[in-house]
Structures are given as structure tokens and as C-alpha cells.
Design a protein around this ligand. Structure first.
Ligand code: C5P
Length: 298
């Protein structure tokens, strides 16, 4: 966390990548038990918080217009949840969200912003909640928020609230591609329930602890994203993205993240990520393409 300006705090809200995502049949409340290997990119939004008597949120950055209509912004929901948990409803802050991640893109941007709000306000208001406590508060804001509070390589289970931080995981090089189509997460889950018969989870019940990139890659490759097939049916452009990524020799694994439409491709070297990203940006100027590093366990 860095400070710039009197009393102003800043936190980074990194993009979430589901290297694998297994989804079981829904519970009676409609939520789906899942199992996911999650890592975070060095690309994301930034949230600033300054002392103020009222709670307010200003939107900035390239994707601010896409959020402007949203009256249920997860940043404010998180701030309200934190004030309630602290039993201090009077607390105020001036929040500014620098929005760099495309909205409704499967990278957990809204959840990452909510998690960043919990972290930055916990510090600004000197509440002293632990990471575990912030993750629990975040679970009522959104299913992906606890993972984003931890924001390090982890296994996510339950409906997102059961987190196992991985003690060993290597940094990976990747390219993220978003074809610019917003995707409704509930629609994709509903499409999955219609199109597939699912009995349980796959390989991730064997704990994925891997220190070297080859083992991590093998583990990711052995998994899948159960939401990919229904998302491709709803938005065929996702299939185009995956096909284009798979056409590069350097790409070891191409897969959709979350409920889409963003996809990632794992490559061995940062230079390969830059090469793939440059080539795709040229052939598809309407796609958002980004070479990234997916952080390893600290
Ligand atoms: O909790 P959140 O608002 O992020 O979830 C968005 C939607 O995704 C939910 O309304 C639900 O339809 C679906 N979902 C699900 N099972 C999960 C997580 C999300 O069905 N484990």
C-alpha cells in the first residue's frame, strides 16, 4: 500500500484468473458449489481513499463510463458492509476508483474493487480487521470477494468463501484477451445447468502445491473451466478467442477465466507473452489484449 497526498491511501485491485474452475450442481439457494485454482495478474484497477466526513465514490480511468450507470457498485456495498461489521455507520471516506479492467469480463474486477475497498478502508479507519475477517465480511458482497481479499495463489471452494492459500506456486507468464462482450454470470451458470450433466469435481481435490512452472502448468492443464462450453454457446466470439490463442506455438494452455468472456493463455517467457499480445492486438484491434505476469506465492 502506498500513500500519495495528505492521508490518502491507495490499493491495487488485481485481475483474477481462474486457472481451473469446476462447478457442481446448484444448491437449493441457486448458488453452485465450485472448486477453482485462482491466481492474480499484475494488471488491475486502483482504488484511492482519503479522509472525509461522508462516504463517496468517484469513477475514473478507461472503463469508468461502463460503471457510471451502476447504482449497486460493489465498492460502496463493501464499504457499507465494513462499516456495519465495525458497528460504526458514521465513518466516511472519499473513494476514487481508477477502472482499468473491462466490466463483466470474468476477471473479477468488481469483486477485486470490493476487496480493495475493504482493505483500504480497514487501514484508513484503523479498524484492525485481519485478512480472514475482511474475507468473511466480503463474502456477503460477492462470491469472488474473499478470494480477491487474499489476492494470492489459492484454492477456492464452497461457493467462493472457502479459501486455501497455496504455500508454493510459481510466477507464470500469460496473455489475457477480452473480446469486448460483457457476459452475465447468472446467464452462464444457467446455461451450464441446461447443457451438462455434472456429478462432481475433478483433479483439484488433490492439493495443487507446485513450486515450478512446469508442474503448475501440468496441474492447470489437467483441469478445465466448466463454464467455458456454455459461455461459448452464449457468446461464440469466446470460441474465436480460444482458437486464435491456440494457433500460437508459444501458447501452452488457453482457457476462459470465470464466466468469461476474458480468456488467458499461458506461455513460458514474458517475451512470448508480449509477442502474442502484439500480434493479436494487430489482427483484432477491437479486442483488449494484455501480456501479464500471474503472481506466484510470496
Ligand atoms: O456472488 P455474485 O454476485 O458474484 O454472483 C453472481 C451470480 O453468479 C450469482 O447471482 C449466481 O447466479 C452465480 N453464482 C453461482 N454460484 C457461485 C457463484 C456465483 O451460481 N458459486
Amino acid at each position: 500500500m502506498s500513500e500519495s497526498g495528505p492521508g490518502r491511501l491507495t490499493v491495487f485491485a488485481p485481475a483474477k484468473i481462474n486457472l481451473t474452475l469446476r462447478v457442481a450442481v446448484p444448491r437449493p439457494d441457486g448458488y453452485h458449489p465450485l472448486q477453482s485454482l485462482v491466481v492474480f495478474a499484475d494488471w488491475g484497477d486502483t482504488l484511492h481513499a482519503s479522509p472525509a466526513s461522508d462516504l463517496s465514490l468517484q469513477l475514473d480511468g478507461p472503463f469508468a463510463p461502463a460503471l457510471a450507470e451502476d447504482t449497486h457498485n460493489l465498492v460502496l456495498k463493501a464499504a457499507w458492509a465494513l462499516r456495519a461489521a465495525a458497528d460504526q455507520p458514521q465513518l466516511g471516506a472519499r473513494l476514487t476508483l481508477d477502472k482499468h479492467l473491462p466490466v463483466a469480463s470474468g476477471m473479477g474486477g468488481g469483486s477485486a474493487d470490493a476487496a480493495a475497498a475493504l482493505k483500504v478502508l480497514n487501514d484508513l479507519w484503523e479498524l484492525g480487521f485481519s485478512t480472514r475477517a475482511l474475507a468473511e465480511i466480503g463474502s456477503v458482497v460477492g462470491a469472488d470477494v474473499p478470494a480477491c481479499v487474499w489476492s494470492r495463489p489459492l484454492l477456492m471452494e464452497g461457493i467462493g468463501e472457502e479459501i486455501r492459500v497455496l504455500p508454493a506456486w510459481p510466477e507464470l507468464n500469460a496473455v489475457i484477451v477480452n473480446p469486448g462482450v460483457p457476459v452475465s454470470t447468472p446467464d452462464v451458470f444457467r446455461a451450464l445447468d441446461r447443457c451438462e450433466d455434472r456429478t462432481g469435481f475433478g483433479v483439484l481435490s488433490r492439493v495443487p502445491v507446485a513450486g515450478d512452472p512446469a508442474a503448475a502448468l501440468a496441474l492447470a492443464a489437467a483441469g478445465r473451466n466448466d463454464l467455458e462450453q456454455p459461455a461459448v454457446i452464449l457468446n461464440p466470439v469466446i470460441g474465436d478467442v480460444l482458437a486464435e490463442l491456440n494457433a500460437f506455438d508459444a501458447v501452452r494452455l488457453a482457457r476462459m477465466t470465470g464466466s468469461g468472456a476474458s480468456c488467458f493463455a499461458l506461455v513460458d517467457e514474458a517475451a512470448m507473452a508480449s509477442h502474442v499480445a502484439r500480434a493479436l492486438s494487430e489482427s483484432h484491434p477491437d479486442w483488449i489484449v494484455r501480456p501479464v505476469r500471474l503472481a506466484g506465492a510470496a
